[in-house]
Design a protein around this ligand. Structure first.
Ligand code: DQA
Length: 146
């Protein structure tokens, strides 16, 4: 049961491999480690974390709709590579009133040109990128203040 104290943390493709995947770019923390960090801080803030990951674009769209339907306080969204391709995610973010904060471990603007465009960022409330796992914590701080 989601409500105004819940922060949905949605993770897209390949983020299930965090910790193993290109650690020189994404760091050694796993998604479970990040979930633990977020839960500890959320408890202090009086918030709850509901962290999910999917390799399927439609799941992320459905979860964005669910965030609105269940009254989540905010969504932290690391859409992985869908960030740079997905008009469906762009439209889903535009289609809900729940604030969505774009999150990235790396800074896509310092990387390949194809990562410079973000369909998520064009619809999101704001973006936090480039701080590794700390990006998620900073996004949680921002969400708590909304
Ligand atoms: C990422 C950046 C994306 O460009 C990439 O496709 C990812 C991870 C990040 O968190 O740095 O999968 O979203």
């Amino acid at each position: 049961m989601t409500d105004t104290s819940t922060i949905l943390v949605l993770n897209g493709p390949n983020l299930n491999l965090l910790g193993l995947r290109e650690p020189e770019i994404y760091g050694s923390d796993t998604l479970d480690d990040i979930a633990g960090m977020l839960e500890d801080r959320a408890r202090e803030l009086g918030l709850e974390i509901d962290l999910r990951q999917s390799n399927h674009e439609g799941h992320l769209v459905d979860w964005l709709h669910e965030a609105q339907a269940t009254g989540a306080k905010a969504v932290l969204l690391n859409a992985g590579a869908f960030t740079h391709t997905s008009i469906a995610l762009h439209d889903a973010i535009k289609g809900i009133r729940t604030p969505v904060i774009e999150v990235h471990l790396s800074n896509p603007h310092t990387r390949e040109e194809f990562r410079h465009k973000s369909y998520v960022g064009m619809a999101a409330k704001g973006t936090i990128a480039g701080f590794g796992a700390t990006s998620y914590l900073l996004a949680l701080e921002a969400a708590a203040r909304l």
